[in-house]
Design a protein around this ligand. Structure first.
Ligand code: HAM
Length: 421
């Protein structure tokens, strides 16, 4: 018996119906990124493990338990499949001196890997489109990225997406806040769940992120970081909010938003939807002004975000208006060997004219081909059988509008179609 293989848990194929929506997302995203002059950078999928330990943080879920890491026995290198893109992008910026001539705006896309519990919207291999701005201290860099994302969601036709915004201050502000949080939670240890107890002394800010319903009242009453902010951090955040107000971007201030990666300071934000259950964060990001120097570069201001592409595709799937994306313009129905020879030529002529053409090469009955033509979503069915070949003619049927079928001369077919699409 031959063995049948299956993809491993959390790793998925992107079937053509999903890939179609994926391409729609990428097309719109690339258009918007061009409009804002972000440039693409290609990054490796494998990086030294230390990059993520130093960059993302020892006490994060990612580094503690989710990385796909191994030792390359050929040269003893400790390697990791990237769990996220920012650390690798920073490494590349430092290694290639990309900020030598001043600020730079970059984006990247591709697979990321985290050994997480699998559920709807949460895979072990998933894909991100990440955007990073290096070298700009002003909150206008943060604002520009948030405005870009809002435009992208609008262009994708996605509504009911909420922007949550917060500032987590600078490291000095946070260390004061951290002390206050530990003191507060120590008074309520019996109410903390297992994860929160584990985080109490390692990463108490992450306790604020907990979705555990039994802890919500406790979390609501916890000290607020906003009361520990320096004047500089507060002004930075106020200016960001003013900019967003001016550009009519709606947001909700969420003082409990801290994000799960350690490199952030000041701005943090997430775009969330209610429509995907517990995995509703579509994009997340913020400022990370100290990561570049922590990874061996010169002090460089930075901010960025990443979108989870699978989650966008899930949302697009639920939206019927996207079902017909990338339809062929013309479906060629043909019967008989003589007709087949001719239609190959017509199909090529149409493609020369940029008309997307689906030529039936399976050879079934006219009736069944007509059904397929309709199902394909094409605007026009071009029909040719031996009868038409003899008369040097083709039949044109408009599938999406109410006009009579027409017979036209074979030599005029492609131009006629181009003009009548
Ligand atoms: P993150 O919040 O870890 O941030 O991931 C960004 C987005 O990737 C999430 O909002 C979500 O849509 C998607 N995502 C994350 N994990 C999974 C998963 N297991 N399955 C499916 N989708 C997932 C970062 O990765 C930062 N590097 C973002 C950033 C860039 N910050 C600054 N610059």
């Amino acid at each position: 018996m031959t063995k049948k293989f299956q993809s491993i848990k959390g790793f998925y194929d992107v079937t053509p119906d999903r890939q179609r929506l994926w391409r729609f997302f990428e097309k719109e995203a690339l258009k918007v990124l061009d409009q804002y002059s972000f440039e693409e950078i290609g990054l490796p999928i494998v990086e030294p493990t230390g990059l993520f330990v130093e960059g993302v943080g020892t006490h994060t879920d990612i580094v503690e338990k989710e990385m796909y890491s191994w030792e390359d026995k050929l040269n003893d290198d400790k390697l990791t499949l990237r769990p996220e893109g920012t650390a690798g992008c920073v490494r590349a910026v430092i290694e290639n001196s990309l900020t030598y001539n001043g600020p730079i705006k970059l984006f990247y896309r591709g697979p990321m890997f985290r050994h997480e519990n699998v559920q709807k919207g949460r895979q072990r291999q998933f894909h991100q489109l990440g955007v990073e701005t290096f070298g700009v201290e002003s909150p206008d860099a943060d604002a520009e990225q948030i405005i870009l994302l809002s435009r992208l969601f609008k262009n994708l036709g996605l509504s009911n997406i909420k922007l949550e915004l917060n500032t987590i201050g600078d490291s000095e502000d946070r260390s004061q806040f951290r002390k206050a949080l530990i003191k507060y939670f120590e008074g309520y240890k019996s109410e903390l769940d297992k994860d929160s107890l584990r985080r109490l002394y390692e990463n108490p800010l992450r306790i604020l992120d907990s979705k555990n319903p039994t802890m919500q009242t406790l979390l609501d009453k916890a000290p607020k970081l906003v009361n520990y902010l320096s004047d500089e951090a507060r002004t930075h955040f106020d200016l960001l909010c003013q900019n967003l107000d001016l550009n009519k971007i709606d947001y909700v201030l969420n003082p409990r938003l801290v994000r799960g990666l350690d490199y952030y300071n000041r701005t943090v934000f997430e775009f969330v939807t209610q429509e995907l259950g517990s995995q509703g964060t579509l994009a997340g990001g913020g400022r990370y002004d100290y990561l570049i120097e922590n990874l061996g570069g010169n002090h460089t201001y930075a901010c960025g975000f990443a979108i989870g592409i699978e989650r966008i595709v899930l949302l697009l799937e639920g939206d019927v208006s996207h079902k017909g994306i990338f339809r062929p313009d013309v479906y060629i129905v043909n019967v008989g060997s003589k007709a087949r020879k001719l239609v190959f030529n017509i199909a090529e002529e149409l493609r020369d004219l940029n008309v997307n053409t689906l030529l039936n090469i399976e050879g079934s009955s006219i009736k069944s081909q007509m059904k397929k033509a309709d199902k394909s979503g094409a605007k026009i069915a071009l029909i040719i059988g031996d009868n038409e070949v003899e008369k040097n003619e083709v039949q044109i049927k408009f599938l999406r509008r109410d006009s009579p079928q027409v017979t036209i001369n074979y030599n005029k077919t492609s131009l006629y179609i181009k003009e009548n699409l």
